[in-house]
Design a protein around this ligand. Structure first.
Ligand code: 5CA
Ligand code: ZN
Length: 409
């Protein structure tokens, strides 16, 4: 699948900083030292509805990861998937009487447009579940050969007990896992499973649903977790730097994915850091396509909201915090954008060197965007009150805000 066009990332004076980031698996910060090529996999959308502010906030967090690494002059190999066949997509297409392929294409196109408008850097590989099927089948076959998978009425399940490290990503107890499995696409109550938590690897063809020839697996379609594992292993290999997504993916999705990969390769861990963004709510509840309490990026754009203001609204919350989208959040961001634009449009200002270092320091410290915004606010306020003599400063500030925060002033 093609991704979306990259906005330019201006080079900055001075030295970028290594990223220290909170890892869900260890429950603390890890300093990543990726070498010359940093590798990151971020779970993509299930394209049955438009991009809402929750999705945008999560992709914003991982865009910052890329920008911090690029600032250290590293290359970034960023991979993202599109879950373009799955139960929620098929159910929505059925409900609305539309073709599921057309629905997925339409929403993926809209997602690309939203990401472009928000200046999110594109992945190097953008891969759909459907196009990944030829790579998924041999992995499921291999898991069967290893005794880590079993059949139940034609469906094939992964045995969580085959991975001695199972549970290390989320650190949850069995009761919590069982509850979340039921809520998030699992089927813990299905009779005949070896362990209620075992996730499906391959679902045998169902009447009226799309299916593919899975060779020795029979006709069917892939499970959700193996989709991301196949794509990640194919394009990044094992022990990549960051596995990312919203906090609702820590269990079961990233837990199961890590176990699949660890059993398949015999290596541990799948990722050096499991990084999870907080949940954005609207009217007191997590914004979600299934609940329908949504604010869409595309709707705000149609209403004439500047994408840079949307981006600043996202940046004004720490990525790990759960927060509530309100009109006030957006109004504050619009005012901040206007203040910053006024500041960088003046011919000179106070030196920008210290500010660039403050932004770098804040972002390298677990992507602390609110602290970075506060630093720019202070520079803009001083500039307004006292002016300055450095004719290069406004240019450096606007390049730094673009390169490190993805906001075009
Ligand atoms: N296709 C799968 C991942 S392989 C999926 O979860 N798709 S999704 O469309 O439901 O979500 C896409 C990303 O947005 C995920 O990382 C998810 O954790 C994140 N996300 C969904 N809702 C919210 C929300 N309310 N706040 C923050 N992030 C969210
Ligand atoms: Zn995923």
């Amino acid at each position: 699948m093609h991704a979306w066009p990259a906005s330019e990332v201006p080079a900055l004076p001075g030295q970028g900083r290594d990223l220290r980031i909170h890892d869900t698996a260890t429950g603390g910060p890890v300093t990543l030292d990726p070498g010359p090529v940093a590798r990151i996999y971020v779970c993509g959308i299930t394209p049955y509805d438009a991009t809402h502010m929750g999705h945008a906030a999560t992709y914003n967090a991982f865009d910052l990861v890329q920008r911090v690494w690029l600032d250290t002059k590293r290359q970034v190999h960023y991979v993202q998937n599109v879950t373009d066949v799955d139960d929620p997509l098929l159910e929505r297409a059925q409900r609305d009487g539309v073709d599921w392929v057309a629905l997925a294409e339409q929403e993926t196109t809209l997602f690309r447009e939203d990401m472009t408008a928000l200046r999110m850097l594109p992945p190097r590989h953008y891969i759909g579940a459907v196009e990944a099927i030829p790579g998924i089948v041999p992995l499921v076959e291999r898991l069967r050969e290893l005794g880590a998978a079993y059949e139940l009425e034609g469906d094939i399940y992964f045995s969580v007990e085959s991975d001695p490290h199972f549970g290390k990503v989320s650190g949850l107890d069995a009761a919590a896992m069982r509850m979340l499995s039921a809520e998030r696409g699992g089927d813990p109550d299905r009779p005949g499973k070896k362990n209620p938590l075992d996730p499906m690897l391959w679902m045998a063809a169902r009447e009226g649903e799309p299916s593919w020839d899975g060779g020795s697996l029979g006709h069917g379609r892939p499970g959700w977790h193996i989709e991301c594992v196949a794509i990640a292993l194919d394009h990044l290999g094992m022990t990549f730097d960051v596995q990312g997504g919203g906090s609702d993916l820590a269990f079961p999705h990233h837990e199961m994915g890590a176990s699949h990969a660890q059993v398949l390769t015999g290596e541990f861990p799948m990722a050096k850091a499991y990084v999870h963004a907080g949940m954005v709510a609207l009217d007191g509840e997590k914004m979600s396509k299934s609940k329908g309490n949504l604010v869409f990026v595309s709707q705000l754009r149609r209403d004439g909201v500047d994408p840079a203001a949307i981006r600043l609204a996202l940046l004004s919350h720490h990525y790990r915090a759960d927060w509530e989208w309100t009109d006030q959040v957006l109004r504050d961001a619009e005012e901040r954008l206007a203040r910053w634009r006024a500041a960088v449009s003046r011919p000179d200002g106070p030196s920008a060197e210290a500010l660039v270092e403050e932004i770098r320091e804040a972002l390298s410290n677990d992507l602390d965007a609110p602290t970075a915004l506060a630093a720019v606010d202070r520079w803009a306020a001083v500039q307004k009150e006292e002016g300055g003599t450095d004719t290069g400063a406004p240019g450096v500030v606007s390049r730094a805000v673009d390169a490190l925060l993805g906001v075009a002033l």
